[in-house]
Design a binder for this molecule. Structure first.
Ligand code: ZN
Length: 300
């Protein structure tokens, strides 16, 4: 069924109104296209799900030749980005999801006995548990979107490219682990970070490079020696040239170094990190929380 925006369908808050008086609650959508106007839409029904396919017109952005690279390093807790003089640290949001995980587990425990997991049978409890899981997921997704935008706008302002690691290997190793709630969240978080960096770069016309992630935290960003030695908590030192920095910072510098090579750029010469101005920002993100499900779905 083909629908025209305004006369055939209308999106209002968390609902889609289809002409004829049908109101459907939105359970999810691809946020990447939010800022573009909606065009015609097609409504389909498959496997018990109604899907509204909305068309969007996206102008092609102008790109530029980068003069340097912003490297991005991602680990469980932090997203670190910058070059030799810029070092910004952002939270991945994973620690902020803990609260909802705990709430969901408490609820499961409360309504379970060893013989009878009552929570599985009661729809109200089940939907509340789902809601907590959804909340945790939204924290990671929103965080990824916000940090990706910040990285890309920084690169654009400086006329730099953005380089991220190929996290496929990391995701593969996570998939092999037991499917705990945390590993599942992490996997999702990593995918979202990759996706949003790529998308924001494309949208803003910022050149983007994906580099091999192998040894980014054990190679010396200055002299390429592999086998950095630990000299303190998360602090590494090169036994060959004496270069010393935090593990995350080394990751970031190696990502940048590899991207410079791929782009055939020379970049600035590496100066000791102590001589460079440091910018650190680990403040939790203050980005508004996503719209929460309303109405009957939450009632117990
Ligand atoms: Zn070295």
């Amino acid at each position: 069924m083909l629908l025209h925006q305004g006369s055939g369908y209308r999106i209002k808050d968390d609902y889609v109104e289809i002409m004829g008086g049908v109101r459907l609650r939105i359970i999810g959508w691809d946020r990447r296209y939010d800022c573009y106007p909606s065009g015609e839409a097609r409504l389909t029904y498959k496997d018990g799900k109604m899907v509204l396919w909305v068309s969007k017109r996206i102008p092609k952005p102008k790109s530029y030749t980068p003069r340097d690279v912003i490297g991005v390093d991602v680990n469980e807790e932090k997203i670190v980005y910058g070059d030799e003089s810029i070092n910004v640290e952002k939270s991945t949001g994973i620690s902020r999801t803990e609260r909802f995980k705990v709430l969901a587990e408490l609820l499961q425990k409360k309504y379970s006995s060893p013989r009878y997991p009552a929570w599985k049978k009661r729809r109200g409890i089940l939907s509340r548990i789902r809601y907590y899981h959804e909340k945790a997921k939204n924290i990671l997704v929103d965080n990824a979107r916000k940090v990706a935008l910040e990285i890309v706008t920084t690169a654009k302002r400086l006329g730099y490219a953005v380089a991220r690691e190929d996290l496929t290997g990391l995701k593969e190793s996570l998939r092999k682990l037991t499917k705990t709630y945390r590993t599942r969240l992490l996997l999702m978080g990593y995918s979202r970070i990759e996706k949003w960096i790529d998308w924001q770069a494309l949208k803003h016309g910022v050149p983007r490079v994906v580099v091999d992630a192998r040894n980014t935290s054990s190679e010396c960003p200055k002299c390429d020696f592999t086998g950095l030695e630990e000299v303190g908590y998360r602090r590494l030192k090169c036994p060959r040239c004496g270069f010393e920095a935090d593990r995350d910072e080394i990751g970031k510098l190696n990502v940048r170094k590899r991207a410079l090579k791929m782009l055939k750029l020379s970049g600035g010469a590496l100066t000791p990190p102590t001589a460079a101005p440091q910018m650190t920002d680990v403040a939790p993100n203050r980005w508004g929380e996503p719209p929460s499900p309303r109405g009957g779905t939450l009632a117990l």
